[in-house]
Design a protein around this ligand. Structure first.
Ligand code: NAD
Length: 163
């Protein structure tokens, strides 16, 4: 865990945050205000357009200040598509289905979306609340299926949000 946070917070590489809601947006904008280059990705055009105007689409005290500052600094922008990055942070929803089983479809879709951009040396962090085994059985498995060679310095981690 310490290794991951050192890598996220102290180096100069690019970050791509997938899912710009209550977890992904504060994470992305905080990193942006600390001087790190962050590309945010969301499937909602409304979310992307709102953030690129330096505004927010959710209710969270003082988040608007953080987002405005990060966007105006040029460190943080959003789009519907991911870009190459050094660190990918997946913060998409993992709701329960009607049978009380976790719905991992957003995690699957987000992983498929980033797979073509993941290269040697990259770190992929699953931040979404997920059942034990999801990192390996879903995220790592989809990356492998989509051509990522996990034996060649591609790191996959789970760092669940605890707010
Ligand atoms: N909100 C909290 O207080 C909280 C606390 C702890 C853990 N979590 C966990 O964090 C994760 C994210 O929750 P949240 O509250 O930020 O959700 P949210 O609904 O606020 O935001 C999720 C965002 O992801 C986007 N999205 C959905 N599918 C996508 C995809 N395939 N690619 C890109 N973007 C996509 C949605 O459009 C939305 O903007 C969940 O697993 C949740 O359980 C949330």
């Amino acid at each position: 865990m310490n290794y991951i946070w050192r890598k996220v917070c102290r180096d100069t590489t690019k970050r791509c945050v997938i899912g710009l809601g209550y977890i992904g947006l504060p994470t992305a904008s905080l990193l942006g205000t600390k001087g790190y280059k962050v590309h945010g990705v969301d499937t909602s055009k409304h979310v992307v357009d709102t953030i690129n105007k330096g505004k927010i689409h959710i209710v969270e005290p003082e988040l608007d200040i953080l987002v405005k500052s990060a966007v105006q600094s040029g460190n943080f922008s959003a789009s519907l598509e991911p870009k190459k990055a050094d660190i990918f942070i997946i913060a998409v929803p993992t709701p329960l289905k009607s049978d009380h089983q976790p719905d991992l479809s957003h995690v699957e879709a987000a992983t498929k979306m980033i797979a073509p951009h993941v290269r040697r040396g990259n770190l992929v962090i699953l931040e979404s609340t997920s059942p034990v085994g999801t990192t390996e059985e879903v995220v790592a498995a989809i990356l492998k299926e989509n051509g990522c060679d996990l034996d060649k310095d591609i790191y996959v981690a789970h760092c669940p949000e605890r707010v």
